[in-house]
Design a protein around this ligand. Structure first.
Ligand SMILES: Nc1ncnc2c1ncn2[C@@H]1O[C@H](COP(=O)(O)OP(=O)(O)O)[C@@H](O)[C@H]1O
Ligand SMILES: [Mg+2]
Length: 219
């Protein structure tokens, strides 16, 4: 089966201390895997390494079977990888929700009228049309998370890297996101501490503990 991502012996050192050691996994085409673990074990750090926002101290990453050697190598995959940070407060570039979601498409060269139409469709799909003209910085953390997800999904990336997609969401929004992510037929790495959410979404679950990953069964 073709792979979207391969991690080989990834380590990451902060100061003189290793946060991650000898991390290995393969993400198959359209596979959904989850990474769970206690606070502070390095889940977000690992996802940032995969997204090209931090460079591993040792090890190798392949994206679509192409070896990534330097941070610049990630640039050609920017539009293929949709990264949702754990903290989305500095994710947004525009003032209102509709402007920000449209901006994602305008950067891809899509015309304004088409970008508006598609953005409205996405807002409807995520059940947040009522937020269309709201100022992003007035939204709750949970609302911001869904808007950020909309801005990512609209670019139709091939790989989704989602860091705690449901934290700060109420049950209704969480179920909606679960339903949407389940329907999306793409490769995904989902970081979460919510085992019930993960169980309903991922086909493989890894626990990050003592700097390394171990595959676990949840039920
Ligand atoms: N910007 C930073 N500066 C200093 N320490 C950091 C920074 N980001 C993360 N860390 C540390 O790295 C470790 C892993 O953090 P993180 O990847 O955020 O864990 P998790 O997402 O599993 O909660 C923690 O000990 C955290 O305190
Ligand atoms: Mg984290």
């Amino acid at each position: 089966m073709s792979c979207s991502l391969n991690l080989r012996s990834i380590s990451y050192k902060k100061g003189d201390k290793y946060i991650l050691e000898d991390i290995n996994f393969d993400l198959d085409h359209k596979e959904k895997i989850a990474i769970v673990g206690q606070n502070g074990v390095g889940k977000s750090t690992l996802l940032k390494i995969i997204a090209g926002l931090k460079i591993a101290t040792n090890g190798e990453i392949e994206i679509f079977h192409n070896k990534i050697k330097y941070q610049n190598d990630f640039e050609k995959y920017r539009d293929e990888i949709g990264y949702l940070p754990q903290d989305v407060s500095s994710f947004f570039l525009c003032i209102t929700v509709i402007e920000d979601i449209m901006f994602s498409l305008l950067t891809l060269g899509i015309k304004k009228e088409e970008a508006y139409k598609k953005s409205i469709e996405m807002l409807k799909r995520l059940d947040i049309l009522y937020l269309e003209n709201r100022v992003i910085y007035d939204l709750s953390g949970g609302e911001q998370k869904i808007v950020a997800l909309a801005a990512i999904l609209i670019k139709e990336p091939k790989i989704l890297l989602l860091d705690e997609p449901t934290n700060a969401l109420d049950k209704k929004s969480e179920n909606l996101i679960l339903d949407i992510l389940n329907k999306i037929d793409k490769s995904m790495v989902i970081v979460s501490h919510d085992k019930i959410f993960i169980e309903k979404l991922a086909s493989k679950v890894y626990n990050l503990e003592n700097k390394s990953l171990t595959e676990i069964r949840l039920s």
